[in-house]
Design a protein around this ligand. Structure first.
Ligand code: SF4
Ligand code: SF4
Length: 496
């Protein structure tokens, strides 16, 4: 008997993935100087478009059919669809998905027409010296960082490509003097703008300035309580200042999250830390970062959690997420979190670590289909990273350059990079490729690369890949050389 997920996938495939619909979607998404017909059609769908030309009317009918059928297949009501499409950022997101279906066909999991999210390591400069830093950040910016004008040009390029969300990270993004100017420029272009910060520079006035610039979400790292955090972050007093930073963000009404990278240093503190963040700091989100032994993190590779510890932690986090007495949204960047959530048949499903409460509500009680469509690890498929000098990478934790924004168009990199094509092909992954959850989760590609130098290797952090975990020689992995950004053409990848 056909599994329900296959039925839904096949229905969507028939409606949107057949050659005629795909050609229509491609025609609708084609960009002109006036923008794309797809954007006008989406405005019309929510009742916001004025007079349409003949071509735009035709585009509207095609888009309406696609949206009506798509929402029906995934069990989302038309009213829900219209309500969410009223937000420009959501319209841009749906346009990105539909254009992706037109270009790539219906896939499991789906690749969008352009990255949904770009995490931008805005500078290499940082005022802390964290043990696990994936950027090997230091006291000085790197000499080749994008200038303010180049940064704005990159944002224009992202807008043209249809990118939806921009997250400023680092180093410490607030170390750059032009941060507010560039963040505002992005917000004015209707990106969903967020910031990942160590929090130590966020006074009340800085928090206010972030809000005024149009930043929607701030995520501040807290790796445990004071002693653990300061030891991990390399500077005494870092914890107190980070806590102040969190309080200041909450005070000025910024949507605020707290992020913790889970290792043996802090595993036992996490339950109490969640309580503290909820009850004392009043943040809205708590997110546990998967530890990835890259760059400085390679020095502490033996502090990584075992697959068993990770599984227990994810189950605990999920129990907090569904606990009605806990007001925090508790997430993890471990793609196995999607599997943990999926195993609780009636709870909300966490389809990817770039998720939020609204997306989760939509997925509540759904079948595997949407989860497989969104698909866990988003590297090179829904998301990519950008270095301070404009180098594009599949994920900020994967130090492989697949292009540079000053030299190439984002859309060309996204469509043509052999590395990105490989990372999207889950069937050829070692270990994860044989797993029944490969479309929901896919394993963290950064961990596969960090541990096995193979983007299509197994993620050894999973119970189902335990045999690979036992192969790892931690001592052999220590040292800095593997942190250097490598050029795409020098990388060997396993063929599908
Ligand atoms: S084996 Fe890989 S795809 Fe399957 S659950 Fe584990 S990490 Fe995810
Ligand atoms: S490789 Fe995938 S799962 Fe791992 S951090 Fe990057 S996006 Fe997340």
């Amino acid at each position: 008997m056909m599994h329900e997920a296959d039925l839904v996938a096949n229905t969507v495939k028939r409606w949107l993935g057949n050659p005629i619909s795909r050609s229509l979607l491609k025609w609708v998404s084609k960009r002109t100087e006036k923008g794309s017909k797809l954007e006008v059609a989406l405005k019309k769908y929510v009742g916001e478009a004025e007079k349409l030309s003949f071509q735009e009317k035709l585009a509207y009918l095609i888009v309406k059919l696609a949206l009506d059928r798509g929402s029906e297949s995934f069990g989302v009501s038309k009213e829900q669809m219209i309500e969410s499409l009223k937000l420009p950022v959501v319209r841009r997101g749906i346009a990105n998905i539909l254009e992706g279906i037109g270009y790539y066909g219906v896939q499991r999991p789906q690749t969008t027409a352009a990255p949904f999210l770009i995490v931008w390591n805005f500078t290499k400069q940082c005022n802390l010296r964290c043990k696990h830093c994936y950027e090997n950040a230091g006291s000085k910016p790197s000499p080749d960082e994008l200038t303010t004008e180049e940064a704005k040009k990159a944002i224009d390029e992202f807008a043209d490509a249809g990118v939806v969300a921009l997250s400023f990270s680092g180093g410490e993004p607030l170390m750059r003097k032009d941060f507010f100017e560039v963040a505002k420029y992005a917000a004015d272009k209707e990106f969903y703008v967020s910031v990942a910060s160590n929090g130590t520079l966020i006074t009340e006035s800085v928090a206010r300035k972030m809000k005024e610039a149009g930043v929607e979400y701030v995520e501040i790292s807290l790796d445990g309580f004071e002693r653990t955090h300061d030891e991990f972050r390399g500077i005494r007093g870092a914890w107190r200042r980070a806590v102040e930073g969190i309080k200041n963000c909450v005070k000025v009404g910024l949507d605020t999250g707290v992020a913790t990278t889970a290792t043996h240093y802090n595993l036992k503190e996490i339950p109490k830390l969640i309580d503290f963040v909820e009850k004392e700091l009043h943040a809205r989100r708590f997110i546990v970062f998967n530890f990835i032994p890259v760059s400085r993190g390679r020095e502490i590779v033996d502090q990584d959690l075992t697959p068993e510890e990770r599984e227990e932690l994810l189950e605990f986090l999920y129990s907090k997420l569904i606990d009605e007495d806990c007001r925090l949204d508790v997430f993890s960047t471990a793609p196995q979190y999607a599997v943990t959530s999926f195993k609780f048949a009636f709870g909300p499903v966490v389809a990817t670590h770039f998720t939020n409460r609204d997306a989760m509500e939509m997925l509540k009680g759904r079948t595997k289909s949407l989860t497989e469509f969104i698909g866990g690890c988003g590297a090179g498929r829904l998301y990519c990273g950008m270095e301070p000098n404009g180098d594009i990478e599949p994920c900020v934790f994967i130090p492989i350059k697949v292009g540079n924004i000053k030299e190439q168009r984002l859309i060309d990199i996204w469509r043509n990079s052999p590395i990105l094509k490989q990372i999207r092909n889950r069937d050829s992954f070692k270990g994860c490729g044989e797993c029944e959850y490969k479309y929901i989760c896919g394993g963290c590609r950064a961990r596969a690369y960090a541990y096995f130098n193979d983007l299509q290797g197994p993620d050894p952090g999973c119970r189902l890949n335990e045999r690979y975990w036992r192969e790892i020689a931690f001592d052999a992995l220590k040292g800095y050389p593997a942190s250097e950004v490598k050029e795409e053409r020098k990388i060997t990848v396993t063929s599908p």
